[in-house]
Design a protein around this ligand. Sequence first.
Ligand code: FPP
Length: 251
Amino acid sequence: MKSTRSVLVDDNQALRGSGDDEGLHFAIIMDGNGRWAAARKMPRAFGHKAGVDALRGVVEAAPKMGIKTLSIYAFSTENWRRPSEEVDSLFNLLRQFVKSDLARLHKNNVKIRIQGQRQGLATDILKLIDDAEVLTKNNNALTLVICLNYGGQSEIVEATKAIAEDVQSGKLAINQIDMACFEDYLLSKDWPNPDLIIRTAGEKRLSNFLLWQSAYSEFAFTEVLWPDFDANCLQTMVSEYSKRQRRFGSV
Ligand code: FPP
């Protein structure tokens, strides 16, 4: 069940915004690995590897700044269009990351969740992520949502199909379908919608990330390339967010 913060938006009551006991949810589009590598005359995979190092720093710092949920865009449904060596290098990095960091993440009380389509992922990746989710399921310092093989439009289409199936089978009545009900069919049903969506490396677009969930999110863009994004950059984002006035459609 979705947390009350977003459900309450339907009732026009979610004016308390964040800072409640759920903590903040920051979502990050980790862009600029390729440019970071090119600036060093290195292959793109080198930039992605540095991107994983940056991720480690941010995951470590986030709970100390009141962030309770961190969603990261690790691989989009569109990223399959990249050259196969780059796709392979990204999945190899994920394999390495889970193998080398899982024990430490678990010790640091981090819950790992995957948001994305399972179809298309290699069997060993599915097993790795399933095991990581099971191992860390009771942790509560930070929920790290790894958006993997994720696309916002297909998430909405899949939710719509599942709702249609439940209506067809009689499990759900049409008049029960409202925003709260719809959210329960999304991959993100177990955590609040993002308070702040950050995109690094200068581009200002959402690239099919969290389309439904971003309806009332704040946005922050930085020129910093993802491999250079560190705890200080995250702190700047927290300060920037704290200056925003969230009205959720009200005055
Ligand atoms: C965008 O940079 C980045 C990605 C498509 C992948 C992000 C992935 C990681 C940081 C590492 C993998 C994550 C885990 C959880 C192990 P880009 O390649 O588009 O950069 P560019 O725009 O400069 O070319």
